[in-house]
Design a protein. Structure first.
Lengths: 762, 762
């Protein structure tokens, strides 16, 4: 490895001081003059026609300024008259909590009082609350107009969504809003060639992103109608376009100011911004809507629930022969579930000559499906990795050997036919194979614990990006970006720019500008920002360096090739004291005596090939044989990260992903009753893992460099959040003999199974 | 001329809707949470030792939060212990109104009450109020430490300030803070060769910039000590550096947000910002200081008063033989007068083989000298153009012919030896010669009016600059700049970018970003922004166009050379319907399916040669022979503008400059009494010309293209403000026979002279 001075080092996050001292200021901390506080009137019913909204009592509440329904808001309508891209009901409430009106008031308390005083006249309608109801041809339509899947949403997060899935030709129930179908080889012949076949059906509940900071945004409007959107978004430019579309303005009249994000996890690309913008336009004053926790549970955009059946066969040598899968994703009341990426990932980790995957997305009376850190991948991995675990048992094979024998490598096809580029799945499995936790697994078993493993992969997102690297008056550098700083990405970019100059990351300021002036970047999500923007930063810094060297070469009367930068001084190689400091060069480019152009390097990327990342996890669990409670006592996370620009940040990403995976496995799940009412709308009912529920996490970084990322880096956000549910479930199987097929793994389910028939849980 | 579609057209200003409807929001309109209002405690004396400041009564005023003297503020000190770059007294008040303390309060009213309650214990000291006192070797020092001239200040506005003036070797009075000296040929021989010699001494008072919006800024501070400076500045980056220096922070911790400027005219580069920043640091809360009108008169940075003696000779053929000049500029209590540029300009408009110019800058007990639209040029032109007018009379020559015969052209030397580049002085004089107002001047005289002419020139500023041109999602373009929009400069830049794309200026958004992320540009002043940034915008737009054409060429399968942009569509030349819209191309560069790099053009300039601009003016005046009141009834302003990108904006600049010139000639003047007390600290006492005092202005645009400006443009801000005083004075001479030697031309002075000795006014 080259001797790097800045990248590959454990760097402290630039945003740490503000966050660690509680001084960071978030959207809801903004208090512009004239601010109105918005509170939503949420639907009492999961499905109802709205016959009328009586605002009079609410408007008489002191401090209440307006009660706005969809009819009062300047929201663009599509050809069906439906409001575009704004989470408000247009005559028909589609889920419990669906916003029927916004109450705007001078204080939050007044707005809450106003909400209580709004009287809505409902006509309750039939509720589609379950997958089975949605798949029943006899059921009523969830909506009057059938919606198409929103590929744009899925594409924000991963590159495989671009694939054209083959449309299913069958006659479908009306609530099926999207289908996918992938075929390879001959599925019957595949199963005929199998020595062992396993088949299971897996279910998982809707899971909430669980960010500390709820969804919220503040939209200010000036007298000319220009909007400034202060928001906790992961994707400023995408949000800008969506807001502009909704209120029918050119994008130039919408400036999105990315505020610090108090947790996003895929759920904060755009949600309430268009609605709040429309409200600000309607009243001509700044409006803040910051969801309460319950509002966020009711009207957020959580990960969808789904049901996946996997049938998997292998020959006697442990080579996979056939994979058949059926996926049904609940997309709630609007399209956008990760059905396609889940289908591709489910069949993407292993070489299997015969494959048949069918997927359906169905509409129900729940909020729209959103992205949650590796959307679709956890569900797919939970099903596939559970199935292959059972297959290993059926074959009498080693769970790791079976995976290693069949895992995909560069050139192997995905279900959609696209070949994998260089990937590190095999290397991850090998590293896990050599890890003491795997080698010594019998010791754990002897102590009554179960050991489970699972893998997960993520294709990685791509999107063009530009970055700027500017030399400032004091000889330091500023990197200007349009990407939102999440999980320390700006710190990573500081390292990349610093590397070009031989400076410390502290000498680099990284600024995310607002959309009025920022260079373009996609959303910080889908494991793509470091991969796409990082390379743009590297190119911008290299270009800034080139400009500096040209200036120095003239003044030092030396060839550029003979110069170096040491400690912020450009000098003739090996000649200390001969140089010009970066501050001196800055003075030659700015100020009235300056005669050189300002140093302003730009770099752009339009990487066509994504850099998929794989992870292999191991969990040791203890299951209380009385209560059925599962405790994870050891966790190993191996991940191919390409190149860890900031190992501390990469490990932190893995820690967080593992914790979320354990939450998904054991605790989290949004439960709706038969009327479509959410039973888990508070953190009393919806359980997030707390620190004591998470064991120490051992991380192993595998570095199979990407071809296009800065220094070989890949996006690392998604992969560590994927294998968790399957890993824990496989460990539970190891500990108890029970195959878990439903998430989360509830103690009562395990206990009931252990007390009765020990061979089938759930 | 090429057939331009956007430049050369009269474009409406992009900022007009907000300003014309009263909707623009200025610095003082900002009301962040926790804002403190600052009011200054100004010195009662023009010179005093501050023995003590009793804050107790002020601090007991309800709402008053702090009373801060220099000792309480984190202001960096220079080696003499003097506060750096902040207008606050450090133990010694140097002018009446010098800020001794800032009172910070929850409301402006409380702050004013607090100011009234602060008790300052003064020891009055000797006051140097006049040039003669300052030049008297027996006078006390104005300050304990002698200051050097601040070339940086002058250089912000013009390029000639870079010249190294020859230092005078004579033994100087201690209050002389700077000297210049230029010599050419043999001055005695020059006068010996003259057939006629005239000699006069001219004086002009200090003049205030008279902006509608007073000096003010708001500095916010976050918990980490980062400052955001919202200010009505012409020069965001310069302001950033100065604030950072003062409070001893790296520039990266200071973000200057340029707010709309309610009039600047050179006076708003930086003034109160460092002081307010120090106050915000001291109290950890946002602080707004917005001068009252009186505070602005007392503690602003007006143009300095001066005295200039000119001795000028010509031979019998009307060729100049010798010019001797003595200039004394009053720089107030700190250096920074435009002595050097005045000296160069005074001797720069005409070819004269023998020349001797001596200049002195002296310190007095007045506020520091500031820049006012063409700093030093009005005073120099008033002296020189009055003198040449007298010389024409002495020679019996025509005032215009004498100027035309001797005016400088490309290659002629300035007093500092630098040759003039291509300039349009001769062309301006020729255009004026051919103007009906000059041709028919005898008609005016027959009607009892006087006709006067004068010329003025400005070297033009230069400073490196970068501009960005970005393609947005909807196919429109955004130009991102670091220069402040003044007098419609951003509209001009929109035209430049539009020209590259065949779009209307309305399709271009021009954004001035804050210093955290903006590309560098110098201050908008000194007639340099259009010249330096305009070319950068042109280059950036051309680069953006090139990137767009490359993408289109791939998709249209055509060579770039065969493509054109028509109505926002890139198409094969002459083939309508074959093309890709800019919006389609934008979609290929942004979004998850995009596979081309974002279009992000940058352009930089480091123009080494300035583009001097000249103007020739004519005024017709009537002088009331009873009251001495002068009324300007006709005004012609000829100006070489290089190329008028927006003729409407150029003419507006000329209108404003002429109005200010007439104000300088007839109305404006800051008058101090012998104790250094300002007698004209309100608009009751300090007379700005009102609309009815300004005649219709006939503008003639001469276009001698510059070599480096966009489309040949030159800066046009300064030149129209220069010839006014001399033009009006020469017209008064023509009408009355009285040679005015003192500005402003007061009615009582003329009346007294007309009633007594008609040959010498003042």
């Amino acid at each position: 490895m080259a001797a790097y001075t800045a990248v590959g080092q454990r760097a402290k996050r630039l945003d740490a001081p503000a966050k660690l001292t509680g001084q960071e200021r978030y959207t809801a901390d903004l208090k512009p003059a004239g601010l109105l506080f918005a509170r939503p009137v949420g639907s009492t019913y999961a499905h109802a026609r709205i016959l009328g909204v009586d605002k009079s009592a609410a408007l008489s509440v002191p401090g209440v300024v307006a009660v706005l329904t969809a009819d009062d808001l300047p929201i663009s309508r599509d050809e069906n008259g439906q409001p575009v891209k704004a989470p408000i009901a247009f005559g028909e409430a589609l889920y419990a909590g669906h916003i029927i009106a916004l109450v705007l008031a001078e204080s939050d308390a007044a707005a809450q009082d106003g909400v209580a005083a709004v009287e809505v006249d409902y006509e309750p309608l039939e509720v589609i609350a379950t997958l089975d109801q949605a798949l029943d041809p006899a059921s009523a339509h969830v909506r009057e107009t059938r919606q198409q899947a929103n590929d744009e949403e899925a594409g924000m997060h991963n590159s495989d969504a671009v694939t054209e899935a083959e449309a299913d030709e069958e006659d479908l129930p009306s609530n099926v809003s999207n289908t996918v179908r992938f075929d390879r080889g001959n599925i019957e012949a595949g199963f005929a060639a199998a020595a062992r076949v396993v088949e299971h059906t897996f279910e998982s509940l809707s899971v909430h992103q669980g960010y500390l900071e709820t969804q919220g945004c503040l939209v200010a409007i000036d007298a000319l109608g220009d909007l400034t959107v202060y928001t906790s978004t992961q994707a400023a430019f995408y949000c800008r376009t969506r807001v502009a579309e909704t209120v029918n303005l050119p994008v130039q009249k919408v400036d999105v100011v990315p505020m610090p994000v108090g947790g996003g996890f895929g759920g904060k690309f755009v949600l309430v911004e268009p609605l709040v913008a429309a409200a600000a336009v309607a009243v001509g004053r700044p409006v803040l809507l910051q969801y309460s926790r319950m509002e966020d549970f009711l009207a957020g955009n959580p990960a969808p629930d789904c049901r996946i059946t996997v049938k998997l066969g292998a020959d006697a040598d442990g080579n996979l022969t056939a994979l058949q899968a059926r996926l049904v994703f609940d997309t709630g009341s609007s399209g956008g579930s990760p059905l396609q990426i889940a289908s591709i990932l489910l069949g993407g980790s292993y070489r299997v000559p015969n494959l048949e995957i069918r997927g359906h997305e169905v509409l129900t009376h729940k909020p729209g499906a959103g992205a949650y850190r590796a959307p679709g991948a956890q569900q797919a991995a939970f099903a596939m990795e559970s199935a292959i675990d059972e297959l290993a048992r059926a074959l009498g094979d080693d769970a790791l050997d079976l995976r290693l024998r069949n895992c995909v490598v560069e050139g192997d096809p995905r279900p959609n036919g696209a070949a994998w580029p260089r990937i590190g799945l095999k290397q991850c499995l090998e590293a896990l194979r050599d890890h003491p936790a795997w080698i010594d697994r019998e010791h754990a078993r002897a102590a009554g614990r179960g050991v489970g493993i699972a893998v997960g992969g993520w294709p990685g997102g791509i999107e063009p990006a530009t970055a700027v690297c500017r030399l400032d008056a004091n000889g330091k550098l500023t990197v200007v970006l349009g990407s939102v700083d999440l999980t320390g990405t700006n710190t990573t970019f500081a390292q990349v720019a610093a590397e070009s100059f031989g400076l410390a990351p502290d000498d680099i300021q990284v600024t995310t500008a607002s959309t009025d002036s920022a260079p373009f970047a996609g959303g910080t999500g889908g494991s793509k920002i470091t991969y796409t923007v990082g390379k743009a930063v590297e190119k911008a810094a290299d270009e800034a360096r080139r400009q500096i060297m040209e200036i120095a070469a003239q003044h030092l009367e030396a060839a550029v090739a003979d110069l170096e930068i040491v400690d912020g001084v450009v000098r003739v190689k090996g000649v200390p004291g001969s140089g010009l400091s970066l501050e001196q060069i800055a003075g030659m480019t700015m100020g009235f005596t300056a005669r050189h152009e300002p140093v302003y390097g730009t770099g752009s990327t339009a990487i066509a090939e994504s850099a998929p990342g794989f992870a292999a996890h191991l969990a040791e669990v203890e299951v209380d044989d009385l209560t059925g409670e599962t405790r994870v006592v050891r966790y190993v996370a191996v991940q191919d990260v390409g190149f860890a620009i900031n190992p501390a940040a990469v490990e932190a990403q893995i820690h967080g992903g593992v914790a979320q995976g354990i939450g998904w496995a054991l605790y989290e799940g949004m439960t709706y009753d038969g009327d479509g009412q959410l039973l888990t709308a508070t953190f009393q009912d919806y359980v997030l893992p707390r620190a004591e529920m998470i064991p120490p996490i051992e991380t192993v970084l595998v570095e199979v460099p990407s071809e296009h990322g800065a220094y070989g880096a890949k996006g690392v956000g998604e992969p560590p959040a994927i294998p968790g549910p399957a890993t824990v479930a496989n460990a539970v199987r190891d500990a108890t003999g029970l195959r878990v097929t439903s998430l989360p793994i509830r103690p009562e389910t395990l206990a009931r199974a252990m007390w009765s028939a020990p061979q089938a849980a759930d």
